[in-house]
Write a protein that binds this ligand. Structure first.
Ligand SMILES: [Cu+2]
Length: 449
C-alpha cells in the first residue's frame, strides 16, 4: 500500500512507523469503501420496489451487521490505541537528552523560517522582541555573551545525519505549520508558545537524491526542435470597443501633446485600444504575439545586445515577447526553438563531457536549458537527474497570501561536514578566533574517525 501512496522518501528514524500507520489506515478505508459500496448496490437490488411492494415493519433480524460494526470498531481501536497513541507519545514524551542532541530554535513568520543555532557553547543568546528588525529577524542580542557564537540562518536547516535533533518551534505572527515531509514531521507553530519537536535524520540529502535518481531523455526534448517563423508587424485599424488581444504594439505612440499613450510591447487589449482611439490614433503598427514563452532558443544571437552591451539571447534562453520584438527589430524573422526542459529544479547525478573531453556538467551541478542544449550538441541522449532540494521545509497552514513562498531547505550532511559548516559560520562571526576554532574542529573530526 505504502508504495502506491506516492509518499516522499523517508529520511528519519521514526518515519517508517508513520508510513506503516498511513498504510494501515488506507487499507481499512479501502475495505470500508468497497464494503459500503457493495452494500449500497445490494440494498438497491434486494429491496427494490417490485420485490417489496410493502415496507417491512420489523426490519433486519440477523445480528451479522452488529458483528461487522463491532469488528470495524475494534480495528479502529487497535489502530488508535495500538499504533497511533504509542507512536505519538514517543514523539511528544520520549525526548532524547539535550546533551545527546542538536538543539535548535525555529521561529516562523510570514513568510519565512528563522533558524537559530546556539553555537559551540550550546547556549542560546538572549533574544528580545524589541531588537527585531529587518537584519535581525530573531531579535538576537549580540551583546549577550551567550549570543556571540550563535548562528542564524534563513530557510536553511543544516543537520548532521544520525544525530537526534530537538527543535523549539515558535511563531512571531500567526499560526504556521512546520512540515518536513521527508522527515515525517509536522507541527503547528503557535505565537506565544514554545513547542518542541524531535526526530533523527537517517539519510543525508545526497543519499535521498540518490534514491530519487531518474533518467532524463535529452534526445526526446531535442527531437522537438523546430523552426519558428516570427510574426511580422502589420498595420492594424483600431476602433472603439474593439480588442486585439493577441497583438502587441511594435512602436511607441504619443498624443498631440507628446504624452505617452501606448508603448512598444503593450498588448492591444480593450483599455489600450480605447486610449489610442480617444487620442485619435486609428492606425497602429502591431504584430501577433509569438506565444513562445515556454520555448528556448537553440542558438546564440550575439547581435542582440541591450544598451549595456550584454547579449540578450543565448542558446537555452527563453523567448519572451520582448526578446521576439528585439529579434524582429534587427530583421531576424525565423528562429530555431524547442520547448523548455523543466530541469531548473534538478541536478545532474553524473558528470558529462563532450567528445573533446571538456566537462559540460559535473555531478551535483544544477541543470538548466543552456546545459541541456550543450548535452544535445554533444550527442548525449540520456542523463541521470534528481531533485535539487529533495528535503524541504514547507508551511502546512494557510497562514496568508504568501504562504506558498514559505519554503525552506534541509541539508542533512555527515557529522564532519556539519562540523565544518559550523566552523565556517563561526569564522565569519568572529574573525579573530579562527585559529582556535579550527583546531577545536579538527580535533573533533579526529574523534569521529
Ligand atoms: Cu506559514
Amino acid at each position: 500500500m505504502e508504495k502506491y501512496l506516492g509518499l516522499p522518501p523517508v529520511a528519519s528514524a521514526h518515519g517508517g512507523e508513520v508510513d506503516h500507520l498511513i498504510g494501515y489506515m488506507h487499507w481499512l478505508m479501502l475495505i470500508l469503501f468497497l464494503g459500503w459500496g457493495a452494500f449500497y448496490i445490494f440494498v438497491l437490488i434486494r429491496f427494490r420496489r417490485s420485490r417489496n411492494p410493502k415496507a417491512s415493519y420489523t426490519g433486519v433480524k440477523s445480528h451479522f451487521s452488529s458483528y461487522l460494526e463491532a469488528t470495524v470498531a475494534v480495528i479502529e481501536v487497535v489502530l488508535l490505541v495500538g499504533i497511533s497513541i504509542p507512536l505519538w507519545s514517543k514523539r511528544v514524551n520520549a525526548f532524547p537528552a539535550e546533551k545527546d542532541a542538536l538543539v535548535i530554535r525555529v521561529v516562523a513568520e510570514q513568510f519565512a523560517w528563522n533558524i537559530h543555532y546556539p553555537g559551540p557553547d550550546g547556549k542560546f543568546g538572549k533574544a528580545s522582541i524589541t531588537l527585531v528588525d529587518q537584519n535581525n529577524p530573531l531579535g538576537l542580542d549580540r551583546n549577550d555573551p551567550d549570543a556571540k557564537d550563535d548562528i542564524t540562518t534563513l530557510n536553511q536547516l543544516y543537520l548532521p545525519v544520525n544525530k537526534p535533533v530537538i527543535i523549539h518551534l515558535s511563531s512571531k505572527d500567526v499560526i504556521h505549520s512546520f512540515n518536513l515531509p521527508t522527515m515525517r514531521v509536522k507541527q503547528d507553530a503557535i505565537p506565544g508558545m514554545d513547542i518542541p519537536v524531535w526526530f533523527t535524520p537517517t539519510k543525508t540529502t545526497a543519499e535521498v537524491r540518490e534514491e530519487l535518481r531518474t533518467t532524463y531523455s535529452v534526445s526526446k526534448i531535442m527531437s522537438k526542435v523546430f523552426n519558428v517563423q516570427l510574426p511580422e508587424p502589420s498595420q492594424i485599424t483600431l476602433s472603439k470597443g474593439a480588442s486585439f488581444k493577441n497583438y502587441i504594439l511594435v512602436k511607441d505612440y504619443a498624443d498631440s501633446s507628446g504624452g505617452n499613450i501606448g508603448s512598444k510591447g503593450d498588448l492591444l487589449d480593450k483599455d489600450n485600444v480605447e486610449k489610442l482611439v480617444e487620442a485619435g490614433i486609428i492606425n497602429v503598427i502591431a504584430r501577433k504575439t509569438a506565444g513562445l514563452d515556454k520555448y528556448v532558443s537553440m542558438s546564440d544571437y550575439e547581435d542582440l545586445k541591450d544598451t549595456a552591451g550584454a547579449v540578450l539571447l543565448n542558446s537555452g534562453d527563453t523567448f519572451t515577447e520582448d526578446v521576439v520584438t528585439k529579434l524582429t527589430d534587427i530583421g531576424i524573422m525565423s528562429v530555431k526553438a524547442r520547448p523548455v526542459g523543466n530541469v531548473d529544479n534538478s541536478v545532474s547525478m553524473d558528470s558529462y563531457s563532450d567528445k573533446s573531453g571538456t566537462a559540460i556538467v559535473n555531478k551535483g551541478d544544477a541543470l538548466s536549458d543552456q546545459i541541456l542544449n550543450k548535452l544535445g550538441e554533444a550527442g548525449i541522449g540520456e542523463i541521470a537527474i534528481a531533485p535539487a532540494t529533495p528535503t524541504e521545509i514547507a508551511c502546512a497552514q494557510l497562514c496568508g497570501l504568501g504562504h506558498y513562498r514559505m519554503r525552506g531547505y534541509i541539508d542533512v550532511v555527515t557529522q564532519e561536514e556539519f562540523d565544518k559548516w559550523m566552523a565556517d559560520q563561526e569564522a565569519v562571526l568572529a574573525p579573530s578566533t579562527i585559529s582556535s576554532d579550527s583546531t577545536a574542529v579538527s580535533s573533533a573530526t579526529e574523534t569521529h574517525n
